[in-house]
Design a protein around this ligand. Structure first.
Ligand SMILES: *Cc1c(COP(=O)(O)O)cnc(C)c1O
Length: 311
């Protein structure tokens, strides 16, 4: 079955202005697979198992035009002989619109393009029922792989860690990865979920997913106390960037050899470095940085981050 043997923990050190060298650990989930990368692999693992167990014909899921989740699903379906359907936001798009969609198509994914208005209904029961009747024997996975199976797959990110950390830093889009990690922590660890989207709706999303896993209101609240939601590192919103973001990704790559991209993991680096500067994370505290992958999506930024071309 799916195997995370290529992931490992790397010790790194980077210079932080006004502070000096700062050392922490990175979980290299970006190394799991070049296409089914990082947390997308974690979130697909038990969804694939479920689809196989159900004897489903395939997997149907949802995503935006550059979605790391869509391409990961297309590749996983290809590897495990499951058909895949990708419902894509934006009716003006087509399979040749960009490299992500082109690759999905090549891997055999059937792409269905829908309007932004229709896409907004993606969590509604009636909307899902329509897709279910159109593709009756498909396992339907929500956008980003953010369901119970996705979250429990992310609990396993921490199985590589052989010690207790004071702080864990992770990017959050749907919050499923952060919820999975949070549910696997012990007392004394703080999980910093760095929102790559504007707003603070993620707190509720993470609470909901914790509830799926833990099932008990009081226990959920206990775990929620370990959550630090960072809502100030999104650089203006999803996909938004600034020159200083690229600058810190470039110097981090030079210092450590760890490649990051500006949509998710680069923003987490920024959040961590700012927290160290503000002394919210102390130099003698232990930090685990979760590299959730996503490097294929970063390839839109080759002009600013040329090293991404070689990965
Ligand atoms: C999709 C993605 C995320 C967001 O994960 P969620 O579980 O949706 O919060 C984080 N990092 C990378 C690299 C991603 O591709």
């Amino acid at each position: 079955m799916l195997d995370d043997q290529n992931s490992y923990i790397q010790k790194v050190q980077c210079k932080i202005e006004g502070i000096g060298p700062f050392a922490f650990d990175v979980v290299r989930d970006d190394r799991i697979d070049p296409v089914i990368s990082g947390n997308k692999w974690r979130k697909l693992k038990y969804n694939i198992e479920k689809a196989i167990q159900n004897k489903n014909e395939g997997i149907l899921t949802f995503g935006g035009a550059y979605s790391n989740h869509l391409i990961a699903t297309a590749q996983a379906g290809y590897n495990y002989s499951l058909k895949t359907v990708g419902v894509v936001r934006g009716e003006e798009l087509h399979p040749e619109s960009n490299h992500t969609l082109r690759s999905c198509k090549k891997l055999g994914m059937e792409l269905v393009f829908i309007s932004r208005e229709a896409y907004r209904r993606r969590k509604e029961k009636s909307f899902l029922a329509d897709w279910h009747s159109r593709f009756p024997n498909y396992w339907i996975v929500p956008e980003g792989g953010a369901n119970f199976y996705g979250a429990i797959g992310c609990q396993e990110i921490l199985t590589l860690a052989d010690r207790h950390y004071d702080h864990i830093y992770v990017a959050a889009g749907t919050g499923a990865t952060a919820a999975g990690i949070l549910s696997a922590t012990q007392r004394g660890t703080r999980v910093h979920a760095v929102s790559v989207l504007k707003g603070d709706f993620l707190r509720e999303e993470i609470r909901k997913m914790l509830w799926y896993m833990l099932g008990e209101e009081d226990v959920v609240e206990l775990y929620m106390q370990r959550l630090e939601l960072d809502t100030t590192s999104h650089f203006g919103g999803y996909g938004q960037t600034k020159p200083e973001l690229f600058e810190s990704i470039r110097s981090f790559y030079e210092e450590t050899g760890v490649p990051l991209e500006p949509i998710y993991t680069g923003k987490v680096l920024h959040a961590l470095q700012s927290a160290v500067v503000r002394e919210q994370v102390e130099r003698d505290e232990s930090v685990l940085f979760v590299h959730t992958g996503g490097l294929q999506g970063g390839k839109t930024f080759l002009a600013e981050l040329p090293f991404l071309a070689d990965l």
